[in-house]
Design a protein around this ligand. Structure first.
Ligand code: AKG
Ligand code: FE2
Length: 456
């Protein structure tokens, strides 16, 4: 069977044939939250649970939960009805197509992730019906619209099953939000206020069998833009996360009645990078089709997302500028529909200037040309930080025309060292890579001194 080239991934994104399954992915038991025999829950056990969740968010950016309180029947029923829906003819499904008037909700099969088409079809619905959202991504356009779910005639039980499911998973979402809040040292309900008019939605994902599972992806590598995702996957398997320690794609083996929880971009920003949104993707299967059902737990459209005041001080400056969630989401939606030449909007575009300055150092050819080792190192650093670097390429090289900043070289170098140290903390793998390239860190540090002595 011929496969349309729009589905084919660049070689570096193609899934490897040998699947890696890690056995240390955090599996967290929430049974302690249920108060048995109406007695108070065990305070020590809760403290331990909060600690476990904090560690999982920090080290992995995701975890699985069991004994979460969502009745298995609700999930199973929804999976069955989702299969029924996707088994209908295209013509039938397209009756509830997402279109220009209802751009977020209903059926569609043309989503692109990172500009390559996903091998999937989906049905989207909001949890609150209607849900208020900005009409346009344009910052000055203040028009809002009430988005209403589109329900197909068939299967008739789809609506009811979706609504039952949403109700139950929502309870879990609030529990997790509270646990995460406490793991950041904040009161349990600290984040709840953002959810008064929340914009959470549920997606039914269907990945048909694919004749070229080594060349295409169900969903290409991406980070979820919202706050928290609660994912149910069936027993076929295919969900993979990029492990923070070494950048390896790890397959998360389906665990009976477990949910996969991942921290999204908003929690990364709220936590000022203490917790990082993890990159993940869905791989395909040549024989079986697969269903997955993410619940995206997102705040009100008017939420201004920024690092939480309680988590910043002189030592931990806010790393992001505030942004409006509704506008961010609208911009994302606009790009996902079509193949564009530009990169989609990312939270890295809102990183604050002190971090930009660091990236500017990396792109300064003045520094790059001073020493071969440094050049390699800086190129690598530039690569590691490429999403940011793209967004603001200062190119202020030795009196070049575009020069807008005249930075002081010693300050720049210090900033660069800070950048490296930050990377060392955040991604040991990247640091190992850097280290390898310059032979060893010591050599690099000597080079830095050298550049300083040259007073560049
Ligand atoms: O299908 C999966 O396992 C992942 C889906 C996903 O990441 C998404 O829809 O955002
Ligand atoms: Fe996702």
């Amino acid at each position: 069977m011929e496969v349309d080239a729009v589905f084919i991934q660049a070689t570096k994104h193609c899934p490897k044939l040998a699947v890696v399954e890690a056995d240390d992915i955090p599996l967290i038991d929430l049974s302690v939250l249920k108060s048995h025999n109406s007695s108070e829950p065990d305070a020590t056990a809760i403290r331990l649970l909060i600690y476990e969740i904090g560690e999982a968010c920090k080290n992995w950016g995701f975890f699985q939960v069991i004994n979460h309180g969502v009745p298995f029947k609700r999930r199973k029923n929804l999976e069955i009805v989702a299969r029924k829906f996707f088994a209908m003819s295209k013509e039938e499904k397209k009756k509830v197509s997402r279109d220009d008037v209802i751009p977020f909700l209903g059926y569609y099969d043309t989503e692109h992730t990172k500009n390559v088409r996903d091998w999937k079809e989906v049905f989207d619905l909001t949890v609150e019906n209607p849900t208020l959202f900005p009409v346009s991504h344009e910052p000055d356009d203040k028009e809002l619209r009430e988005y209403i779910n589109q329900w197909p005639k068939n299967p008739p039980e789809l609506r009811e099953e979706c609504e039952h499911y949403a109700e139950e998973v929502q309870k879990l979402a609030y529990k997790l939000l509270e646990l995460i809040s406490m793991s950041l040292g904040l009161p349990a309900n600290h984040l709840n206020g953002f959810y008064n008019d929340h914009t959470s939605f549920i997606r039914l994902n269907h990945y048909p069998p694919c004749p070229v599972p080594h060349l295409a992806l169900g969903v290409g590598g991406h980070k979820d833009a919202g706050a928290l995702t609660i994912l149910a996957q069936d027993d076929v398997g295919g969900f993979e996360v990029k492990r923070k320690t070494d950048g390896e794609w790890i397959r998360v083996k389906p665990t009976h009645d477990a949910y996969i929880i991942n921290v999204g971009d908003i929690i990364q920003v709220w936590s000022n990078d203490r917790y990082e949104s993890v990159e993940h993707r869905a791989t395909l299967n040549s024989k079986k089709d697969r269903i997955s059902i993410p619940f995206f737990f997102n705040p009100a459209h008017y939420t201004i997302v920024e690092p939480l005041e309680e988590l910043i001080d002189d030592q931990n400056l806010a790393k992001y500028k505030p942004y409006n969630w509704g506008k961010f989401f609208a911009t994302r939606k606009r790009c996902n529909f079509q193949k564009l030449e530009v990169e989609n909007i990312q939270i890295s575009h809102f990183r604050r200037r002190q971090w930009k300055a660091v990236k500017a150092v990396c792109s300064s050819s003045l520094v790059q040309t001073t020493h071969k080792h440094n050049q390699q190192l800086l190129n690598l650093a530039l690569e590691l930080s490429s999403p940011d670097a793209q967004a603001f390429d200062f190119s202020f090289n030795t009196g070049g025309e575009k020069s807008t900043v005249k930075p002081q070289a010693p300050i720049k170098l210090e900033a660069f060292i800070l950048f490296l140290l930050d990377h060392r903390e955040r991604a040991k793998h990247d640091y190992e890579q850097l280290k390898k390239t310059v032979d060893e860190l010591q050599a690099f540090e000597q080079n830095v001194k050298l550049v300083k002595e040259l007073k560049l």
